[in-house]
Structure formats: structure tokens, C-alpha cells
Design a protein around this ligand. Sequence first.
Ligand code: PBG
Length: 328
Amino acid sequence: MFPQTRLRRLRMHPRLRDLVRETRLAPSDFILPLFVRTGSNQRIPIRSMPGQFQLSVDQLPAEIQEIESLGIPAIILFGIPDHKDARGTGAYSDDGIVQQALRTIKETGSQTLLMADVCLCEFTDHGHCGVINESAGRPDVDNDATLPLLVKEAVSVARAGADLIAPSGMMDGMIQALRSGLDEAQLTHVPIMSYAAKYASGFYGPFREAAESAPQFGDRRSYQMDPANGAEALREVALDVAEGADMLMVKPALSYLDVIRRVKDAHPEVPLAAYNVSGEYAMLKAAAANGWIDEQRVTLEILTSIRRAGADMILTYHAKEACRWLNG
Ligand code: PBG
């Protein structure tokens, strides 16, 4: 008459629940994105991302100290330059904003792992991720003309102190071009974390405000992936692995948990990151500010779900607060 198997038995004692927990969340899982700008003494709040700021370079040493004390192992830098042009020159000039930020942090002797996003969109006046070619009758991003510029950017940020580069432009052949470019510049030790499956997503809205990088015409659908496609992500990922990606990323995270799982199952041997993007952060902050959800509980539940889906690490704006909660 009695149920022989009672799954509730393992849920009765809190210590037992801890012991049988399948997915754990720790400060060592997080990578915190930071926005850097020129000027001094600047800490400009980003309206749609409460708790996030555009920081001038002089603010970084103190910021990094706090990040280290919380146990966050890595940051990823996004630059907001003074000057933008059609070819995104600021991305690959040795005194560019990201290069300055990297040198400033390295000079502190910090052990924090410094990742650099490699893309042109923050540095082009048109806001696209590559150079524009009009020859097809309508303007489009010129894939092959963009690759050498991305190589210049990667080499420049690596020389300035980036420990890892994270190309996010979704150009074809990008990983192979970057690997050979880094190797030819004697930067054979610099790993590449590819934004392998990056979707053309509405969830990047607040980031584009934060990084001042919204496209000035058209959209990114000719290079970023269609949100309706899952199998195609596996083709993107397989190519990037073959071209030499050391780590992979799926982005955004929350609406793409199935893609994270499929990528992890297809390449269990390759470390996988997921980017919990700006719109995901903004939605949660808005609901919390209205008192509609329990912020701590929901944030940790979301981060846990991204790990459970198969991500080994998470790029997230929640990194600091999540560490404070986890460190108790
Ligand atoms: C492109 C880039 C974007 C994000 C990270 N790298 C924006 C885009 O593709 O428009 C978005 C991150 C976020 O929304 O948090 N360099």
C-alpha cells in the first residue's frame, strides 16, 4: 500500500539537502563585466542597470580590490571611447580606452584574470560590429575586411595586459584569424573564449545604452543568430572548436538554457560560459524594485539554473551581490 520510493525522504533535513545538491554556485563561477570610459573621477550610473556604472580608468584599482576581496576570479572589460569612426580605430590603438584600463590594472599587481571583449561595435560611429561595405547595393558588415581589424585589436589588448580575449562579433572565420594573428605576434599563450553562439537578442538593450553601442542603422541579424535556431548553434560551436577556440560561450543565457545544454552535451570537454546579459539583469532589478519578487532568492535561482543547464561559468552583472549572499 505504501509508496516504496519516497523522494521526500532526502528533502527532510537541511544538511541532507545540502549533501545531495547536484549544482553548486560559488564566487569562483563568476566573471564580472565592467564598463570603462575616459575622464577622471567618473562613476556614472547606468540608468537601466541599477548598481552598474561607467567607470573612469582611475576608479579601476579600487574596484579591482573589491572584486578580489569578494572572491570573483575574473572581469571582462568593455570600452566607451571618446572618439568613434567608421573603422573602429579606437579598438586597436595602443592608447585606446581598454588598453589604458588593462595597463592600469596590471600596474596594481592584481591577480584578477583580465578578459577583453574583442569587437568593433563600441568603437564604430555606425555601431556595427565590423566595417561597412556598400557595394552590395545596401550597407552590410564586410566579414573578411573586418577580420584583420579584429586581429589588430586582439594583439593590441593582449600586449596591454589582457589575459584572455573574448571575440563577440560573430564574423565567420573569426577564431581562426585571431588564433593565427595572436600566434604570429608571439601571443601563443593567450586563450580565446569565443562568443560562439550569440543571438540577435532584444536582451542587449540596456548594454547598448551602457556601452553607447546601438547600431545607427539596420540591426545585427546578418551576423548574430536567429533566436529560433538551436541546431545552428551546434554548427557555430563545432566550427569555433575546430578553428581553435579554447572556451565557448552561449549568449544570452536565460532564454537559451536549452542551447547551453546542447552545447555542453556536444562538447563536454570544452569549458563553457554563459552570458547573463544586461536585459536579464534589468528585468530582475525592475521586478525587485517594485517588490514583486524576492531579489536574492530569484537571482540565485537564475544563476543556479544557468549552471544546471551546463555552463561552467557565468558572465553576470550580479557577480558582486551574488558573492556577498553566497559568502553570507
Ligand atoms: C558586442 C557585445 C554586446 C554585448 C556584449 N558584447 C552587445 C551587442 O551585441 O549588441 C551585450 C552584453 C549585455 O547585453 O549584457 N561587443
